[in-house]
Ligand binder design. Structure first.
Ligand SMILES: *Cc1c(COP(=O)(O)O)cnc(C)c1O
Length: 428
């Protein structure tokens, strides 16, 4: 086996260090396989119950009236997420778009949006208007309130209670930590938060930003009381095959509002051609549970590789996982850059290019990204990115197969070793 790793420039030392770590992870990997097995059957059951047929893969163009592939897929999503309805469309361009759509369609001027889990994902700052932006919620007279998590990562229940007022219409709960160094929330924790909020004001719409969380656990946020759950198809639920898209699942009313905003008042879900990409949506969703399992193994492997070397890993090497993201802080820019170079060098596509930090739309500092993906920008495929700011944290995620994730992590470590940014000889 080593001879093939050697062809990728992996040294004996790095290879053996990796294997010594892996020996300790057998039990955890078994638990991940168990969750994948459950979720695989859940998806399969939804496909059978909703009578997915070969006709569902036909293409439609123009208005897309009566597109059974599109309509059936939405039923499959609704079944899997235990929601009343779903909107799953290639016309939703990305996760940010799906979240903006869910927010803008369910809020009206004079309403207030509350985040009880701290600062939302960077790109949402412009959607909300935390950073002024053309067309933000703030421009439409929707105000925003935020309650940060407590020092220990728990909910600030007193603060949340004080923040809820007669104008509070919608609460946004981000499951994954995104680019923050806070813990990711479990579905169970999200459920506790929703119960608390509904106990104060039952008609508040509770929305969960589910990005990177799908299929990591056996249950999803709608099952613990969320009214709406939103995500991107070039992350977990697309299974690496969906070339574009986003989804919103939830109550009939919430989904209908979103559909009327996506297309037009009066048209709603009735229009929207699927343009021949339905098979990739179905097949990707079918593969998603096992793809997510591979990505999770990669994340756990990375934490167990980097933590003993003195880098800060969030989650740490032993913690329970609620999303597929692994943050590793290198405390200097060279470490972050070397890590990303290693991930890039392990890619099936564009492995020969060198990633460079750049100013990305929607982000407020330079960002370095490593992605050699089949689908451009897809972060269910092996990828790493991080803003060039203290503490120089790489956010690592994905891997369509565990084997690829393993190579990527070993290659990243090799880059750090070669750059003399870490010394593993004393650990081997
Ligand atoms: C990725 C992500 C988004 C935004 O999705 P894009 O597809 O990048 O626009 C929003 N929230 C969270 C938590 C994310 O991880």
């Amino acid at each position: 086996m080593f001879s093939i790793y050697k062809e990728f420039g992996i040294s004996k030392e790095v290879y053996e260090y990796g294997n010594s770590i892996l020996e300790k992870l057998e039990e955890r990997f078994r638990e991940i396989d168990d969750i994948a097995e459950y979720n695989q059957l859940k998806v399969l059951r939804a496909m059978q119950e909703n009578r997915v047929a070969v006709e569902c893969f036909n293409t439609t163009t123009g208005y897309g009236y009566g597109d059974i592939g599109r309509d059936t897929l939405e039923k499959v999503y609704a079944s899997v997420f235990k929601a009343e309805d779903a909107l799953v469309r290639p016309q939703i361009t990305c996760g940010t778009h799906a979240l903006a759509l869910a927010l803008m369609s369910n809020l009206r001027p004079g309403d207030e949006l509350l985040s009880p889990v701290g600062k939302p994902y960077d790109t949402l700052e412009e959607v909300i208007g935390i950073r002024p932006s053309n067309g933000s919620l703030a421009e439409y007279g929707v105000t925003y309130a935020q309650v940060d998590l407590r020092e220990d990562g728990g909910f600030d229940y007193d603060g949340i209670k004080a923040a809820i007022n007669e104008r509070t219409k919608l609460v946004t709960i981000q499951r994954s930590k995104g680019y923050a160094n806070r813990p990711t929330l479990s579905v169970e924790q999200i459920g506790e938060l929703i119960s608390f909020i509904k106990g104060i004001k039952p008609d508040i719409i509770c929305m969960v930003d589910n990005c990177y969380g799908e299929f990591v656990e056996k249950i999803e946020p709608i099952e613990v009381g969320a009214d709406m759950c939103v995500g991107s198809l070039i992350k977990n639920p697309g299974g690496g095959l969906a070339p574009i898209g986003g989804y919103i699942v939830g109550t009939k009313e919430c989904v209908e509002s979103a559909a009327h905003r996506l297309t037009s008042p009066g048209l709603g879900k009735e229009v929207g051609a699927s343009l021949g990409i339905m098979q990739s949506f179905y097949q990707g969703f079918f593969l998603a549970p096992t793809v997510v399992a591979g990505a999770l193994k990669g994340a756990i492997f990375a934490a167990n590789i980097y933590e003993p070397l003195g880098f800060l890993c969030v989650p740490n090497s032993t913690e329970e996982r609620y999303d597929i993201i692994q943050a590793v802080s290198f405390f200097k820019p060279e470490g972050l850059i070397a890590f990303c170079e290693g991930i890039q060098a392990a890619a099936p596509v564009d492995s020969y290019v060198t990633p460079e930090p750049w100013d990305m739309p929607g982000y407020d500092s330079k960002v370095i990204m490593a992605a050699g993906a089949f689908v451009s920008g897809s972060s269910i495929e092996l990828s790493a990115d991080g803003p060039l700011r203290e503490p120089y944290t790489a956010f690592f995620q994905g891997g369509l197969t565990w084997n690829h994730a393993k190579l990527g992590i070993l290659k990243s470590l090799q880059k750090l070793v070669d750059g003399r940014l870490v010394n593993i000889s004393q650990l081997c």
